[in-house]
Write a protein that binds this ligand. Structure first.
Ligand code: OSB
Ligand code: MG
Length: 352
């Protein structure tokens, strides 16, 4: 395919509710939508999930826009690609900038699936037709129980709670025990860094299916030590920037499970290598959210259709974060699951 055009569109929307974690209070979300075109005028869509400031990774909305527009687009324009895996080679001279690379590369995968006339989930070898939904409940501890109840009422069967050393572990334990039909995850976003292991162990009996990223992204030994003492599986998010980081996690036995985020890993090609490795090493996988819009979510849904991705990811309804999503139709959770679109590519149109 000849890559004949590439376009960038800014999207900026307030969240329905502020998303409050130990790392950041997010009230408004800006992303860049990438549109690539072939010579026949077909389009592929990607979404850059960098945040406005570098609180989750080093990348930012402004910096990633510069890299996509001034650095990556010229490498891609007027190139002939046989397959989307070829993008990685074109971008290989560019250091880092995984979210920028991922956004452009993901648009190319969508374009190629559309050129073949097949849904992206089929193009990558997915098998599932529906994806179980999962939602994140963040914020103040007195709002926790009512928020959990409300999400259960909306059909969610997997709920991720944000935790920190200041969270009341006994309260969480009773919340989990009161809802035995719900799968609960806990995400610490590195907040146990520098704390005694005992502080984390206080959450080991709370009944979580996993605890995500208790320590900092480079704190491999702390994760290994925690893993050897805990019954709750340790899951890494921020620590995993690449395939090499997954190998490191396995070698150092620093975790049992990883969160797949294509933005953090640099796109589909790297993520599919990670998926193959994790399948062989029996490392659990699920697809994580980035407070994103429907374009990124649609790519994530395709990823979650792979047979190896067995744990429920961060898949909420378009209406969870947004008044109106940027895709049409919007992404809907019904009876606790999301039906995959059978239209070509990501299967959703843009309404921006
Ligand atoms: O740590 O998983 C995280 C959102 C932004 C950045 C990092 C994280 C998150 C979430 C939100 O937990 C998940 C979602 O979008 O549903
Ligand atoms: Mg996380």
């Amino acid at each position: 395919a000849l890559i004949a055009g590439i376009e960038f569109r800014k999207v900026n929307q307030p969240l329905n509710q502020p998303f409050i974690t130990v790392l950041q209070k997010v009230q408004e979300r800006e992303v860049t939508i990438v549109i690539v075109r072939d010579a026949e005028g077909r389009e592929g869509y990607g979404e850059c999930v960098a945040f406005d400031t570098p609180w989750y990774t080093e990348e930012t909305v402004t910096g990633s826009r510069f890299v996509m527009e001034q650095v990556l687009a010229p490498l891609l324009l007027n190139e002939r690609l046989e397959h989307p895996t070829g993008v990685e080679r074109l971008f290989s001279k560019v250091k880092g900038n995984h979210m920028a690379k991922a956004a452009v590369e993901m648009a190319i995968w969508d374009l190629f699936a559309k050129r073949q006339g097949v849904p992206l989930h089929e193009f990558i070898g997915g098998v599932r037709k529906t994806i179980p939904a999962g939602v994140v409940v963040a914020g103040e501890s007195d709002a926790l129980a009512p928020n959990v109840k409300a999400e259960i009422g909306r059909g969610y069967r997997r709920i991720k709670l944000k935790i920190s050393p200041e969270t009341d572990a006994a309260l969480l334990k009773s919340l989990v025990a009161a809802n035995p039909e719900i799968l609960f995850y806990a995400d610490a976003n590195g907040s146990f860094s520098g704390r005694a292991l005992e502080e984390l162990l206080a959450f080991d009996q709370a009944g979580f299916a996993l605890i995500e990223q208790p320590y900092g992204e480079q704190e491999w030994e702390a994760h290994s030590a925690a893993r050897s003492k805990m019954t709750t599986p340790i899951c890494l998010d921020e620590s995993i920037h690449s395939f090499d980081d997954v190998k490191r996690m396995a070698e150092q036995q620093a975790g049992d499970i990883i969160v797949l985020k294509m933005g953090r890993l640099g796109g589909w090609s790297e993520t599919l290598k990670v998926v193959e490795f994790c399948r062989n090493e029996q490392i659990g996988m699920w697809v994580g959210g980035m407070i994103e819009f429907g374009v990124s979510k649609a790519h994530n849904l395709a990823l979650a259709s792979l047979p190896e991705v067995k744990l429920t990811g961060d898949f909420s309804d378009s209406g969870h974060f947004w008044q109106i999503d940027i895709v049409s139709p919007e992404i809907r959770v019904e009876h606790g699951e999301i039906k995959l679109s059978e239209s070509p590519g990501i299967g959703y149109g843009l309404n921006i």
